[in-house]
Design a protein around this ligand. Sequence first.
Ligand code: ZN
Length: 372
Amino acid sequence: MFERKELEVLEKFNSEGNFVVSLFLNVSPQERKRSGYLSKFKNLIKTLPEDKISSVREDIEKIEKFLQSERESFKKFIILYSCSKKGLWQRYDLNIKLNDEIIIDKTPYTSPLFDILDNYQKYGVLLVDKRTARVFLVFLGDIEEYGMVHHDHVPGKHKKGGWFALAEKRYERHTEHHVKMHLKDVIDKFGDFLRDREIRRLIVAGPDEAIYELMKMLPESIKQKIVGRALIEKYASAEEVLDKVMPIINEYEQMKESETLSELITRARKNDNAILGIDDVMKYLRDRRVMKLIVPKDYKIEGKVCSSCGFATQQNIDCCIECGGGFIQSANLIEQATEMALQNGALIEVVKDEKEKSLLIINGGIGAFLRF
Ligand SMILES: [Zn+2]
């Protein structure tokens, strides 16, 4: 898992003129079988000019050794930054796939990671009861525990009878007071956590009474972030927490997906800064007017791209209507559109749900919200 602040530091890394190797490599279990990922790495190296390779030989050797010896610890995708001359070695493990690439430059190549932060949502999980609170962050199918609050001074259940029975009422008030103090502290700390980590979605968990008290005390700004409640054991492991919250996250994202899609279709029909269909999408991408691209997962649109101006179309025409240039056949214009969107700094939303996917496909197969 990585944070924007961390990436900003990496982005500003001063190599003092030395080259930095940035490696993006698929290391999924399939790739690790018969060491396919290692051959891919070697092939990536071969695409580089000889003088660049020799300037980072030390880094390449270090990376190769690392790829061989650490394979058991890999997730689906690995990103490595290495500049041995200046002591830089940074590793990120992801549970999603990006493009395989190697870049050798004077600065670390960080934009794909910034894109991930912009395009994927983080979820905070708050597991609370009368004395304790645990906080988790879920991002890209991974979970990390970030802290535990424990307030021991909350009075426990006392024996019945004795002097205490007489003071039952006072005791209850006393307990209530401590629970409130505990929750107030939790809320303060949690609010800071949400801000620091740019978390906009939240799942709460805990026994009814604690949740009831929590909801009474939570500021509106945090309440609005709640997307669901999970049933989680107080001492559950991080993996168990992940298992419980993933169905809630998936359901929520599917609902958001469907909302986004109907907004896209409605607005496109009204010509309200939204468009549908590959021809229009490519046109507005070239004009750099696309704010967010909406594409169906694993779907292809065949078509033609002008070799001189980049005009693209699904229409059956012989030469470019913009510049008269010749066409190149493209097996997937969606890939082209996605690349252009990334270059333009536009957001990309991938529609995964089958029902929503077919809705998008019958409405042009691709769409976009425009900046203006
Ligand atoms: Zn053209």
